[in-house]
Design a protein around this ligand. Structure first.
Ligand code: BGC
Length: 266
C-alpha cells in the first residue's frame, strides 16, 4: 500500500508513543518521513532506521516545537532534504498534572506552549509552504494536509489536568478556524482526538491490572487503544481517500466520548 507515495510528512514528537506509530505507518505508505524529536535522539534514529530498513525514506530532525526558530529550522531542513512538505502531523504534546489549587504558572505555561503554541507555529510554517508550492496533482489533489493530534479532553473536562484540557480545547477551535481560513487554498485541516492509548504519557492508567480495569470502565469498546489505532486514522486523513473531510475531529477512542457512565444510570 502506498497511499502517500512521494509525499513528505513531518511528524512532530515522533520519537515515542502516538507520533512514533504515525511515523512508521506513513513510512509504510510511501511517504518521506521527518521524524521530529526534542530530546530523545536515539529513539528518533531508531524510528528512521526502522522506516529505512523496510525500504522507506526518513530523516530525524531535533526541534522544540514551542520555539519559533526551531520550527523554522525543522521546515528548512525538511525542504532542503525532500524539496517540500505535503503533510504535517501536529503531534507533540505533554502533560504536567497538578490539582488546580497547586498548579504553578510554569506548569500551565509549559503545557500551553508545547501543546497549543507548538501546533500554531508548525501549522503556520506548513501552510506557508503549501501556499507557496500549490497543488502538485501527481502527489495529491490538495495543496497540503494538516492533522492536529488533540485528545478526547477537547470535549471531556478533566479535573487535575486543567492545563492539558485547556490546550486541547484550544486546539479544537484553532483547527476549525484555520480550516475555514485555508480551505480556499485547498489546504485540508482536521484533528484526531485519541482516547486512552497505551503510551508512556498514561502508563500509570494501564500498567497494572487494577488500573486497567478501572480505565476500561470509561471505554465502552472494552480495550485500551494502541498507537496503531491512531496511525491508521492519520494515514487515511492524510490521503486523498478523505479528500472531502475538512475541519473535522475524528474521535479514535473506543467510545470514551459516549458518556459510558450513563449506560446504566441517569
Ligand atoms: C491523555 C491520557 C489519557 C487519555 C484519556 C489523553 O489525551 O494524554 O493521559 O489517558 O487522554 O483520558
Amino acid at each position: 500500500m502506498t497511499r502517500l507515495a512521494g509525499q513528505t510528512a513531518i511528524v512532530t514528537g515522533a520519537s515515542s508513543g502516538i507520533g512514533l506509530g504515525i511515523a512508521l505507518a506513513m513510512g509504510r505508505e510511501g511517504a518521506h518521513v521527518v521524524v521530529n524529536f526534542r530530546s530523545n535522539e536515539e529513539s528518533a534514529r531508531e524510528v528512521v532506521e526502522t522506516i529505512r530498513s523496510a525500504g522507506g525514506s526518513a530523516i530525524a530532525v531535533g526541534a522544540d516545537v514551542s520555539r519559533e526558530e526551531d520550527v523554522k529550522r525543522l521546515f528548512e531542513q525538511t525542504i532542503r532534504e525532500f524539496g517540500t512538505v505535503d503533510i504535517l502531523i501536529n503531534n507533540s504534546g505533554l502533560q504536567k498534572d497538578a490539582p488546580f489549587l497547586e498548579m504553578s504558572l510554569a506548569d500551565w505555561q509549559k503545557v500551553i506552549d508545547v501543546n497549543l503554541t507548538g501546533q500554531f507555529l508548525c501549522a503556520r510554517e506548513a501552510a506557508r509552504e503549501f501556499v507557496r508550492r500549490g497543488i502538485v496533482k501527481e502527489r495529491s489533489v490538495a495543496a497540503g494536509k494538516i492533522i492536529c493530534i488533540s485528545s478526547v479532553h477537547d470535549v471531556i473536562p478533566w479535573a487535575g489536568h486543567v492545563n492539558y484540557a485547556a490546550s486541547k480545547g484550544g486546539i479544537m477551535l484553532f483547527m476549525k478556524s484555520i480550516a475555514q481560513e485555508l480551505a480556499p487554498q485547498r489546504i485540508r485541516v482536521n484533528s484526531i482526538s485519541p482516547g486512552a492509548i497505551k503510551t508512556s504519557i498514561n502508563r500509570d492508567a494501564w500498567e497494572s491490572r487494577e488500573a486497567e480495569e478501572k480505565l476500561l470502565k470509561l471505554i465502552p469498546y472494552g480495550r485500551v487503544g494502541e498507537p496503531e489505532d491512531v496511525a491508521r486514522a492519520a494515514v487515511w486523513l492524510a490521503s486523498d481517500e478523505s479528500d472531502y473531510v475538512h475541519g473535522a475531529t475524528l474521535y479514535v477512542d473506543g467510545g470514551m466520548t459516549l458518556y459510558p457512565g450513563f449506560a446504566d444510570n441517569g
